[in-house]
Design a protein around this ligand. Sequence first.
Ligand SMILES: Nc1ncnc2c1ncn2[C@@H]1O[C@H](COP(=O)(O)OP(=O)(O)OP(=O)(O)O)[C@@H](O)[C@H]1O
Length: 309
Amino acid sequence: MARVVFEKVTKRYGDTEVIHNIDTAIDNGEFTVIVGPSGCGKSTLLRMIAGLEEITSGTISIDGRAVNDLEPKDRDIAMVFQNYALYPHMTVFNNMAYGLKLRKFSREEIKARVDQAAKLLQLEGLLQRKPRQLSGGQRQRVAMGRCIVREPKVFLFDEPLSNLDAKLRVQMRLELRNLHKRLRVTSIYVTHDQVEAMTLGDRLIVINGGYAEQIGSPLEIYERPATRFVAGFIGSPAMNFLDGRLSRDGQSAALAGGLHLPLERENLQPQNGREVSVGIRPEHFRLTDPEQATLPLKADHSEFLGPTP
Ligand SMILES: Nc1ncnc2c1ncn2[C@@H]1O[C@H](COP(=O)(O)OP(=O)(O)OP(=O)(O)O)[C@@H](O)[C@H]1O
């Protein structure tokens, strides 16, 4: 297990900066999910930890040691890819054993580790099969087994479930969560799927356009989104945004459609009287007296208050 620290990490391709000054620490044993829309820089961030992309400036350290100049093989990490990257001509056993053979582990040690991982992943009966004789979920488990046998300090996952159908994805999420509970290896997981992020992560790093917009637990991010982007991106069904104007005393907002919304004090960053955008989750709207046809909805709680975009 290890702590992974980012200090002012930046990535540029030529003149274009795609990751801007990311500062955060991922604790020992924590499951952190990097989530954001396509092209926001999630994979680049993960690949910098793995050593597959150079870090333009700043430092990434694993267990107190800067890894910027370390080869991927010397970083003590293991990565699970979207396409599993299994060797098609090798059996499940050999796929899982391959990395250990390269590292000159003894035959007995290899067998012990593969057997243990196979048991954990329920692959015991499949060790002599080739990858093509496995289902998508089983292949994904083999890919994980190959990482587990190496007993790395950090697991990296790059959208590992995106090739599976919706039902299997839900099941594999549960399996991953349980596996993490048992092994407690520091894990960093990339996905564009906010539902996956919310169900898997102890902590989320929400990325947009190369910036870390918010870092926090799923609940913190759901209940107190820091930016309009986060408010709109996290949550299913999505939050509703209504434009309005803050009252003089700043305690409520008059919203379009005659809706009057009391506001919590801690929410009041914008100046009174200013136009604001208020985000309310669907579950916080309720029907008022059906006879009041002009005001069909009432809301007494908002999750987001910020300037209109
Ligand atoms: N080798 C490269 N050269 C130039 N630009 C690149 C290169 N690789 C990635 N980029 C750019 O960096 C940005 C971040 O890409 P990245 O692949 O990290 O995004 P992502 O969030 O993982 O997206 P997706 O979910 O679609 O995989 C994108 O704008 C992409 O076009």
